[in-house]
Design a protein around this ligand. Structure first.
Ligand code: 1GP
Length: 248
């Protein structure tokens, strides 16, 4: 069943063409620095907040960060877990994400079996997502034991994204890895978008308005940025990114 947060995302995409989501890596923030970032991000029209990272963080710290974010913003807070430890009862929803190009069944289905009853108990809204890691080796690919899809093999990204669609997942995410030197290539985005009918999320290494424009023109429905907001004055950066989102 499609829940409220998913409905909200789909309506926003329908209205605005492409939307921006701000990613907070709980390992890199305190509750108060996270509050500062999301406050500025919401005022610059980011559509939602995602919370998660590739490496280890204690669930109690995650809880404190999510609570602080929830207290600060009205937009939805969606968990982006790397493992069962990435679940917090204080969020609104969780990407129920399968790492489709992992070579380890734990990241495709295993963690999910452990996490599903917790998600049910906490009343979180699960949003089924096919997660695909592309490009060079990254923290996400190492932790998730993924075989990243080479930048110049867009047809392999299409094949994986089709699996997400045929399995009944409702979003697909092309991930270049946080802080990636090269973001997901336009050709790959374009090819996935033209063949697969799921809403397409793109993230990893997007830092400038110019890059945002390219990703939007290639067909992304959701753009996720994290790193760049930790390195810059948040408001100026998000303004630059969100301003570049309007579809041509
Ligand atoms: C990482 O796609 C996200 O999971 C965002 O990447 O931190 O490079 O913006 P950045």
């Amino acid at each position: 069943m499609v829940g409220q947060v998913e409905k909200y995302l789909l309506e926003k995409i329908e209205e605005e063409g492409t939307i921006h989501i701000t990613l907070i890596d709980p390992e890199k923030v305190t509750p108060s620095s996270a509050s500062h970032i999301v406050h500025e991000a919401e005022s610059c029209q980011t559509a939602a907040i995602m919370v998660g990272g590739s490496t280890i963080v204690s669930t109690s710290h995650l809880d404190r960060v999510v609570k602080a974010i929830k207290k600060t913003v009205n937009i939805p807070v969606i968990l982006f877990p790397n493992n069962v430890t990435g679940i917090s009862k204080y969020a609104d929803a969780i990407w129920f994400m399968s790492l489709l190009n992992s070579s380890d069944p734990y990241f495709i289905i295993g963690a999910h079996v452990l996490g599903a009853p917790i998600i049910k108990k906490f009343g979180l809204e699960p949003i089924p997502l096919g997660y695909i890691i592309v490009g060079e080796s990254s923290a996400a690919s190492v932790v998730g034991r993924a075989v990243p899809i080479p930048y110049d093999k867009p047809e392999l990204a299409v094949a994986h994204a089709l699996v997400a669609e045929y399995f009944g997942m409702r979003f697909v995410y092309l991930e270049a890895g946080s802080g990636a030197k090269q973001s997901v290539p336009s050709e790959m985005i374009r090819m996935v978008k033209s063949i697969v009918s799921l809403p397409l999320i793109v993230g990893g290494g997007i830092k400038t308005g110019e890059q945002v424009k390219e990703v939007v023109e290639a067909g992304a429905d959701i753009i996720v940025t994290g790193n760049v907001l930790e390195e810059h004055e948040v408001k100026d950066k998000i303004r630059e990114l969100v301003k570049s989102m309007k579809r041509p």
